[in-house]
Design a protein around this ligand. Structure first.
Ligand SMILES: [Zn+2]
Ligand SMILES: [Zn+2]
Length: 149
């Protein structure tokens, strides 16, 4: 590894954070462009939706935007308007405050939430957490039946 690679090791600004309420260990990370999906977060609870770039509704919405306006925030607003509300009654938004998945406390350390994801602290551990990840994914990520009909 040369020096440039060392500098780039943390290119997504990963950082351990601690929930201000329950002290759960969490990890903030800029949303990776390699993930091929958008995450939008409920504005009232820790749920999020996982919208694939290739989701047919997502591409239809993106294609319908005025071509002169390709701003990320414009696309997010268009997606937000079409998403089915969260089971808790909240709405999924790109800029919703990020929350602790355990106690739902707002993570004030993340002052500009757009484009930032929050993961459990154990997610990045070297140990095998595959089954934990499956349980977590099933509980906190919505990846199907995303849209209002
Ligand atoms: Zn908490
Ligand atoms: Zn919710």
């Amino acid at each position: 590894m040369d020096q440039v690679d060392d500098v780039d090791d943390n290119w997504l600004n990963g950082e351990d954070i601690t929930c201000p309420e329950c002290h759960e260990r969490l990890y903030r990370l800029d949303h990776s462009p390699l993930l091929d999906c958008y995450f939008l977060y409920c504005d009232s609870c820790p749920m999020r939706v996982d919208i694939s770039y290739y989701d047919s509704t997502c591409t239809t919405i993106a294609d319908a935007l005025p071509s002169r306006d390709d701003a990320y925030s414009t696309l997010m607003a268009a997606l937000e308007a079409r998403l089915r509300p969260c089971d808790c009654g909240g709405r999924f938004r790109d800029s919703a405050p990020r929350r602790c998945h355990l106690c739902s406390a707002v993570l004030t350390a993340i002052s500009a939430p757009s484009g930032v994801d929050v993961w459990p602290g154990w997610w990045t551990a070297e140990t095998d957490t595959g089954s934990l990840e499956e349980t977590f994914t099933a509980r906190y990520f919505r990846s199907e039946n995303l849209w209002e009909h």
